[in-house]
Design a protein around this ligand. Structure first.
Ligand code: ZN
Length: 211
């Protein structure tokens, strides 16, 4: 079976499954739980433009879950059909950040198959954050200055309240070769951010604005 679920879509499925499990845990009435299940299934199916009958079969157990154990089995059954992030070698990563000298690449990024919508890591010593994103069908690297802030804030990418920092990068102005500085608040912890991202358009908008 070919993978067909993007990471952010899986996050939404997981959230909806949790709503169903919580409803059973709270011993809501049958009607309430049925309504939550129907709504959850609708949200899950609506995020796909098109599904084959086989893909529908894989997702449809969401309407029949009756306890947290079944919920877990259902989520586990989806793991093999999540589209992994494109694999990239250390040399490939360095190519994406040609201008950065002494780039430190975390080991898991170059060695593991990653399930995420984007790759992000921090180099606090240099006050930098690095993002790798698939943009218009190819991987791009965006390096920026990154400084943590004391208070919690809303992340521009996942739109959740979390420990954020100000990410700033330089974008080339259209014609005269000058640079403009742009930035916004994003999660310090990119893994956490990835696990809470359910709408990829926010990530795309952010990258388009920066790149
Ligand atoms: Zn975030």
């Amino acid at each position: 079976m070919e993978a067909f679920i993007n990471h952010h879509q899986y996050n939404l499925i997981r959230e909806q499954v949790k709503l169903i499990s919580d409803s059973y845990a709270k011993s809501n009435s049958h009607d309430v739980t049925s309504a939550i299940k129907a709504l959850a299934a609708e949200r899950v199916f609506n995020q796909f433009e098109e599904l084959t009958p086989l893909q529908k079969d894989i997702l449809s157990p969401i309407s029949m879950l009756s306890d947290s154990k079944e919920a877990e089995v259902f989520l586990n059954s989806l793991e093999s059909v999540i589209i992994p992030f494109p694999q990239i070698s250390e040399a490939g990563i360095k190519k994406l950040f040609k201008k950065v000298k002494k780039l430190k690449v975390p080991a898991n990024i170059k060695e593991e198959t990653l399930h995420c919508s984007y790759i992000g890591w921090n180099d606090y010593g240099a006050s930098k954050k690095y993002l790798i994103v698939e943009h218009h069908g190819k991987l791009i690297g965006v390096a920026g200055e990154f400084n943590r802030i004391q208070d919690k804030g809303v992340c521009t990418i996942c739109h959740r309240i979390s420990d954020v920092g100000l990410f700033m990068n330089q974008k080339k102005a259209s014609s005269d070769g000058t640079f403009i500085k742009r930035g916004n608040y994003i999660c310090q912890d990119s893994e956490w951010c990835n696990d809470h991202l359910t709408d990829r358009s926010k990530l795309t908008e952010f990258i388009e604005w920066l790149y």
